[in-house]
Design a binder for this molecule. Sequence first.
Ligand code: HEM
Length: 413
Amino acid sequence: MYIIQTSSKFRKPADLNPQLIRDLAFKGVDPVHGFLPAEEPLECLPAGFEAWERIAAEVPALLMVSKLRPTLEKLRPPDLSRLENEQQLRRAMLLLSVFGNAYVWGGEKPATTIPQGIALPWWEIAEKLRRPPIAAYASIVLDNWRRLEPDKPVELDNIATLQLFLGGLDERWFYLTCVAIEAKGGPVLRTLVEAQKAVVEKRVEFLAGQIKKIADLLVEMHGILLRISEKCDPYIYYHRVRPFLAGWPELGVIYEGVSEKPQKFVGASAAQSSLIQSLDAGLGIKHQREETQSFLQGMRSYMPPKHRQFIAALEAGPSLRQFVLSSQQNYPTLCDFYNDCIRNLNNFRKTHSSIAANYILRQAPQQTRGTGGTNFVHFLKTVEKETKANLIARSPLDTKSIDEGPGCLLRKQ
Ligand code: HEM
């Protein structure tokens, strides 16, 4: 039984009603920082896990001198019953994810078997958290940060990472950019929930305010994404960071002591972020093409279960898009704000596509696959098209202002 955090060290906005805070907490969502944990991630496991913590602090050094594999092979599984709550399980999952991925990818050739000392506890903890035993966004980003000044906000200039593979500025900055985007976009989640309530209650002015808030937050998230190049160099990313985030090799990997059968999981990708999928769900953006639908659905199994459920709840909730469409004659401003959301999300995605091209394709033109496994240039373009298709024409003559180029499909319903 996991503890549901209903209190948080983070300041709650004064305008939130306590029931909404409880509802969000139940879904594993913090009203301020969204999918980041309500309490800052643990920095150390309890007594009994000293060996793990000692190795965790030395991963970059051990990788550098090729001694990580022999060190991990000597580990014996500790007594997992000493892990008493979800925070501890999540820290354990982070450490094991770093050990496991570093073990597989930290040698001349990828390892095909993960030794029992890591494989057994990793499998067991992953089952408890209901996530696959491989390094994924939930561990490497959501559970991998601390504030430098505890009283200051979770922003790029006030956070540090907890765990790294090879280490260094570029690796830190890559993960922290994602953390900062999650933090900035956190309020989007409660805003989407409030907006759906406003749809039911037909509170149009309040709804307009919520939709505008989402559009503004998207601009700020985009601003953070643009900062990735400040301290994460594309060459270092491609050659020193990305290899450890890859999915298992073609023939899979055996988890010793768990099963003789090789297991296959995809690599860590920000496509496992629940924030962007929540925006899609709340704004009614559908990814229905073959190449996008199954991949994005599949990414949900790498998210913490409560986050998956939150996305599903938004999808099943009252449709913002339908409400905006049906009231556009009487309330054109609603439609303008909604279109701002679509444009801003599309701009975020366009910038992201150029980043992916710069950090992957320009470093290795033969590399067509993302760590998540997509044929990424085509995949990201399709996701953009599916986003843009949701712009709502204000009048039959209005297509010029919304059709930004070839490939823009206008969705009427
Ligand atoms: C060096 C930086 C980055 C690179 C090279 C990169 C690359 C990729 C690639 C190749 C994909 C396709 C899926 C796959 O096969 O993995 C992808 C998907 C995705 N990435 Fe990134 N990414 C980067 C940074 C980010 C950041 C900072 C975010 C924001 C949190 C982000 C959010 C997403 C999302 C949400 C998707 C799914 C597609 C979508 O919904 O638009 N990425 N990324």
